[in-house]
Design a protein around this ligand. Structure first.
Ligand code: 0A1
Ligand code: ZN
Length: 889
């Protein structure tokens, strides 16, 4: 549908379906130009509702015939629906035949062509672009699917479930018939017809059953599937061990697709993946890529229970499956990482992502509750709020009921709801009922406001030490900001994990007034009211509170700590997250001060020395050091201030980096030498931490050298770039040269292109690297504009579009936000151009100007003008229109 309808779908208006579809027999005569879809559906009237017409969803379909119980019937098209007046019987067979054109489907939703193959993407509402159906998650059917197609073009024919028959047909064709015994909603349906090869492995699960695992890729890529397969096996083992959730399928398939709107899709038994989250070899993928594959493979696999066995009643409940599954994949990644410090590194990464993507979303025009109340285009609600904040909500439950209690809650959830389509309330209720004595059960109403209220809560904390009584009273209060359409919010339950440190950095025993004895040195306070005080006894001296340990709630904390307090935490906190956080806050304070005074940053000795001793600290995890020595990003800092001037912010942060590079030069050189990895490449936490720190050191050394004109370190970087045996080190060295705008960057970029021009995923890195380079005199923006004309650039492939345009607009503020508004002009042009090809991609790209109101002039007015220009286009999709209209509201 080109012209977006602007109807709002509301959660309150949910009605059960008037009909159920019990079985779906589908036959596909596959062809890229014209595919014929023949469907035979066993339909039953929902006897709980009054008799009404059967209304089927359908989009961009060419209808050939409609039969009810073998007879042709009259039908009409109404508001994009196919309406058949109430059939006489309560149960009947509906036969439909229609055609679709996969090669014209540039939206990548429904059945589409990618390379020489055909693939489907049905979540959320893509199935209606294949055939007429009740395309809603609470209608679950058992599918039997017959695929017919050219045996040469499409030697592999896959669908969900088990292969029940296959054979050859006349005219060089063949067929395959698949049956999926599990009733499923249409969004989990999938088909693949392509020329693929598979890595295969049989595994035996605890029950003793054998299962076939397959990872399908195009020819020539099999050697890049080992990590995906290992990740799948690890995920299967983990889910059985941690949650007693077994693999319920005889065959589990993963298929890699080069053109894909998202990361991957959990279709029952037939997961479809963006190639980015399958293909990896040490020579082509970085440590970050290997991690991404592990977590996305796990995420999709975990959906088999949290999403597929128990699914969502309606799309407002999306976080039921997404928040929970993100929580599960985060826990899996932490368990895989192993050591406590590696777990903390994972947690810091997750929180950084939350703060850089979800917090801005919650503060901007697209702010919505974890369980949204209304949408125009559901595809716009696959958001950081539904996913990442949703996962934080689940994590808070885990904190409140404990690991065992959480496992019990999961068990009760499946006992009650296996095979059903349910709501977020059902999940929270199961968790509470399995843990009746917990704070969660006692304050369930207040906790559930996390699902209903948008906006990031502000948590205020002030401590008061009473020397005479030897008590320390901590007063916690919460404020909930207004968000579009929501004001006057009620307090939410906030779990506050904390410890108290002496000024010398010692952890103090924690005994609350009224308790008989101290209860360890770390505990969780539960704030349920707007304001509450907690008094600790036996506190003989001033303390430094370490609050919100491990980021126990997704809030913005104001604890009033001074730099002196933060230095104590940075040096001594036993909570690695808060150690890192203290360093970030010290850095942020300095950036803010420089911005406020309009002065150049002059880093003070205590800060520099604290950074130096952290870098040098024996026994401290290199991955943690890398994070602790990374300054808060420009995006994060921009959220901490108002009237943001992205150019000024960039200048200040770059100057600070220059000083850290120069002041710690000897220490960076030590770090580089000390953290070289010996032995063969392994993408594990230990090796990748060393590489991360060594590459950070190299970047700082090249930066310092570029300032002084010293040639040795740039030369070393170029040498490393040429000799590196893995992509992490090669890219690290290249990024060091590009980041310092060194003259060796250009020849290195050219060499990189020549080496990898036939590897699409590596070429994406080449585009990305140039789009995220630190801006200097407009060179980066000019380079991006030039790259838009590069023969390898295309808007048709989402990964390529993301590598260049999304990275510029969403991750490189100083290159994008220009005083001459050229970034915004480019943004508007590309939103419009992309929207005509792929509305889902365009509406995501459109969101890079969400926070325009937080900009200083002249940026703010110029950004508004660009948004208004897009709004004035009559021909926008409903996806993009929703984002643009909200931005202007
Ligand atoms: N459910 C998938 C994500 C996904 C969502 C929508 C898609 O198309 C619009 C594709 C994938 C997941 O969470 O992994
Ligand atoms: Zn998911």
């Amino acid at each position: 549908m080109r012209e977006g309808t602007t109807t709002l779908v509301r959660r309150e208006d949910y009605l059960a379906p008037a009909y159920w579809i019990r079985t779906a027999d589908l036959t596909f005569d596959l062809d890229a130009t014209k595919t014929i879809v023949s469907s035979k559906l066993a339909i039953e009237r929902n006897s709980a509702l009054p008799v009404q017409p059967l209304r089927l969803h359908g989009e961009d379909l060419n209808l050939l015939r409609v039969l009810v119980d073998g007879q042709s019937v009259s039908f009409r098209h109404e508001d994009g629906l196919l309406v058949i007046d109430a059939p006489a019987a309560d149960a009947f067979t509906l036969e439909i035949r229609n055609t679709i054109s996969p090669e014209k489907n540039t939206q990548l939703s429904g059945l589409y062509a990618s390379g020489s193959g055909l693939f489907t993407q049905c979540e959320a509402e893509g199935f209606r672009r294949i055939t007429y159906f009740l395309d809603r998650p609470d209608v679950m059917a058992v599918y039997t699917v017959t695929l017919r197609g050219d045996a040469k073009k499409y030697p592999v024919l896959l669908s969900n479930g088990n292969l029940v028959e296959q054979g050859t047909l006349d005219g060089g064709k063949h067929f395959a018939k698949w049956h999926d015994p599990f009733p499923k909603p249409s969004y989990l349906f999938a088909v693949v017809a392509a020329d693929l090869v598979a890595r295969e492995q049989w595994v035996r699960t605890r029950s003793g059953k054998e299962h076939l695992l397959q990872v399908y890729v195009t020819r020539g890529e099999l050697d890049k599937t080992e990590h995906a397969m290992n990740s799948l096996i690890a995920s299967i083992v983990w889910d059985e061990a941690r949650f007693k959730l077994p693999l319920d399928l005889e065959r589990f398939m993963i298929v890699a697709v080069p053109d894909f709107n998202m990361g991957a899709m959990e279709n029952k038994g037939l997961n479809l993946f963006n190639t980015k989250y399958v293909l990896a070899s040490p020579a082509t993928a970085t440590d970050v890529d290997f991690d991404g594959i592990e977590s996305v493979v796990a995420h999709e696999y975990f959906h088999n229970w949290t999403g597929n066995r128990v699914t969502c009643r309606d799309w407002f409940q999306l976080s039921l499956k997404e928040g929970l599954t993100v929580f599960r994949d985060q826990e899996f990644s932490m368990d895989m990482a192993g050591s406590p410090s590696a777990r903390a590194v994972c947690r810091i990464g997750d929180v950084r992502a939350l703060r850089e993507r979800q917090f801005p979303e919650d503060a901007g025009p697209m702010a919505h509750p974890v369980r949204p109340d209304a949408y125009q285009a559901i595809d716009n609600f696959y958001t950081a709020t539904v996913y990442e904040k949703g996962a934080e909500v689940v994590r808070m439950m885990n904190t409140l009921v404990g690991r065992e209690g959480f496992a019990a809650g999961m068990a009760l959830y499946f006992e009650r709801h296996d095979g059903q389509a349910v709501t977020c309330d059902d999940f929270a209720q199961a968790m509470a009922d399995a843990n009746p004595a917990s704070a969660l059960a006692q304050h369930l109403g207040s906790f559930k406001r996390w699902y209903a209220q948008a906006g990031t809560p502000r948590l205020n904390a002030r401590g008061n030490w009473n020397a005479e009584a030897a008590t320390y009273t901590l007063t916690l209060s919460q404020q909930l900001p207004d968000t579009p359409g929501q004001s006057g919010k009620q307090p939410q339950l906030v779990p506050v994990a904390l410890g108290l440190l002496s000024r010398e950095g010692q952890a103090l025993p924690l005994q609350l007034q009224g308790e008989d004895a101290p209860q360890g040195t770390e505990r969780v306070l539960v704030l349920t009211e707007a304001e509450q005080s907690f008094t600790f006894i036996g506190i003989g001296a001033e303390v430094v509170p370490s609050l919100l340990r491990n980021f126990s709630a997704p809030v913005v904390l104001d604890d009033g700590l001074t730099d002196a307090d933060l230095l104590v935490l940075l040096a001594h906190d036993s909570d690695a997250f808060n150690r890192w956080e203290a360093g970030q806050r010290l850095a942020l304070n300095r950036i803010k001060a420089a911005l406020g005074h309009g002065e150049a940053v002059q880093l003070d000795a205590p800060f520099v020395e604290a950074m130096r001793s952290l870098l040098r600290e024996p026994g401290l995890d290199p991955a943690f050091k890398d994070l602790a020595l990374t300054l808060p990003s420009e995006i994060y800092v921009a959220e901490q201030i108002s009237d943001v001037d992205p150019q000024r912010l960039h200048t200040v942060r770059e100057a600070m980096l220059d000083q850290l590079a120069t002041a710690l030069q000897a220490d960076w050189a030590w770090a580089w030498d000390e953290h070289q990895v010996q032995g063969g490449y392994r993408p594990d936490a230990e090796q990748s931490g060393r590489r991360a720190l060594a590459n950070k050191a190299l970047a700082m050394l090249v930066r310092a050298a570029a300032l002084s004109g010293e040639p040795v370190w740039p030369g070393k970087a170029y040498q490393r770039f040429k000799d590196a045996t893995n992509m992490t080190d090669r890219l690290g060295a290249l990024e060091a040269l590009v980041g310092a705008h060194h003259e060796l960057a250009q020849p290195a970029l050219e060499r990189f292109y020549a080496l990898f021009r036939h590897e699409p995923l590596v070429l994406d890195k080449w585009f990305m690297l140039q789009a995220r380079a630190p801006e200097k005199n407009g060179q980066v923006f000019a380079q991006v504009k030039a790259l838009l004309k590069h023969p390898d650039f295309t808007l048709g492939n989402p990964n390529r579009a993301r590598a260049l345009l999304f990275v510029l607009a969403a991750s490189n503020p100083a290159a994008f936000h220009r005083t001459d508004a050229a970034g915004y002009v480019l943004w508007a042009d590309k939103v419009i151009e992309m929207d005509a090809i792929n509305p889902q991609l365009a509406s995501r790209f459109a969101r890079s100007l969400d926070r325009w109101r937080n900009l200083a002039e002249p940026y703010r007015s110029a950004a508004r003008e660009a948004i208004a220009r897009v709004a004035a286009k009559a021909e926008l999709s409903s996806d993009t229109r929703e984002i643009i209209e909200r931005a202007l509201q």
